[in-house]
Design a binder for this molecule. Sequence first.
Ligand code: GTP
Ligand code: SPV
Ligand code: MN
Length: 596
Amino acid sequence: MEKMTENKSVISWIEDKIALVKPEKIVWIDGSEEQIEALRAEACSTGEMVKLNQEKLPGCYLHRTAVNDVARVEGRTFICTKTKAQAGPTNNWMDPDEAYKMLYDIAADSYKGRTMYIIPYSMGPVGSKFSKIGIELTDSIYVVLNMVIMTRVGLNVLEALGDSEDWVRGLHCRCEIDEEKRYICQFPQDNTIISVNSGYGGNVLLGKKCFALRIASYQGRHEDWQAEHMLILGLQKPDGDVRYICAAFPSACGKTNLAMLIPPEGYYSKGYRVWCVGDDISWIRKGADGRLYAINPENGFFGVAPGTNEKSNPNALASTKSGTIFTNVAHNLDDNTVWWEGLDKNPPANAIEWKGNPWNGKESDEKGAHPNSRFTAPAKNCPCISSEFENPDGVPISAFVFGGRRAKLAPLVYQSRSWNHGVFVGSIMASETTAAASGAVGVVRRDPMAMLPFCGYDMADYWQHWINIGAELDPEKAPKIFNVNWFRKDDEGNFLWPGFGDNLRVLDWIIDRCEGKVDAVETPIGFVPKAEDICLDGIEDEVSDAQLAEILSVDKALWQDEVAGIDEFYKKFTDFGSTVPAELVAELETLKSNIQ
Ligand code: GTP
Ligand code: SPV
Ligand code: MN
């Protein structure tokens, strides 16, 4: 093989893995268009990908994964730290020696007759102080082509790495896509990820959740920074200044939508704009001026397709019009394009559904696209991509926002009383589960900071890390912390808030609060807007005053049930032997007495 680097740690690790998996061929991915185009052609020739209508969707392709392999598998995802205590009570844990042995047994000889692709990639702009380098070995062209969109891939990455040993090792083996032998294992103490028997998204694009959250959260704790499951958006006000907000919502709870929102007409004409810096992951560090700064370590969007349309998220839709890989959507055979539920009201009659069977969308009761079908689109395609997207120094954060799907409990928005109270608010997040992970959908579960499936160490220590970060910040410069809930429902199950673009009305209040420009009502859980401060101009027909009052209300009885759930959740940590920060225990006591 022609090596692309002399880095000894890289060469020796790869040689070891070659001896293990025994590929027939080895290809270093240099990031050149020529090489990528040849791989696209090869994937099409084997049926791994379908080339779509190049007039309507230039550079776009469709891929179908195995039917048993359509989402992250949290039950088969492990944090392999030296001790179980280090992984904490909310992670699956495996002893590293046992895990390596099991994984190497599965991986052994698995590349026989296949090609090993070596992908050097950077999370974050190459050379930024925020950025980190990884190398993923894979036997899947689909993975290569997705990594090329989602990360910065190529020769310059190895040049930036030089002879450093600080890079994340990633081995992906498709094997037989056997569910029973599927494992996604992180070894935070070895900067290593091994993923076997899957070919789906978050399980195999190792730069994403495995590295940029599970490994990076661990690194951040030891290197004084943060890796968060947060979008980053810039809200431009009529004065022309842009304020940045980082928001953490669990998977399939609205990050991509919020990050790209188009302000409602009345706001747009006044000069409001939203600029997207990132839609899923933030890496955050303190800047020289004492404020927190964030970058998006990714280079593309791996977004949920169903529900994406011209009305809900025109910017995401526009991002998918070229250079995009669609996964598990329906294939419209009439014009060789794609379709998914919620794209429009005109499903194709002559189509193939996500499993690969003929499908008449006009007549079938079955879904054409899997609920967790996705598009992989280059960030630069996004019409509202921020001018700061490539800024190696990141953007200064004014507010952190937590949120989830809560049909009844959480109000539309509330602000924490302090940093530590804000950390508490993040720690008690709960949300109804979605199709982004395999398992039941719609069940409320605790998902602190939307990091439950992504924190690479004990969640209680992670909370302590949040508290420590806040303690180092000048309170004047610290981001203010909020919670939002776009998903409140009435007793008939209808959403009480229109959401999507109209969420700008809430972001506007959030920024006004950060700048001390608007009052609020103090409630037992924090500061809630006065009804008159949430502008309903243009949506009076959709949201009555009574409805707004309802979604801003705090129901003490419901919160009394909630604290029982929080108690139980915190107890899980104490029983396990981890230490919930005293600051959070104190906040829980305050909440309890406030809702009496
Ligand atoms: P991941 O990529 O899994 O991390 O998801 P995400 O958090 O980026 O979620 P995304 O923006 O893709 O939205 C997921 C689903 O939530 C889609 O079906 C959206 O239509 C729906 N959704 C997003 N925003 C809103 C909203 O404001 N209100 C309502 N009712 N639904 C929303
Ligand atoms: C999520 O599930 O939060 C995603 C999709 O962003 S995946 O890449 O599969 O993790
Ligand atoms: Mn996500």
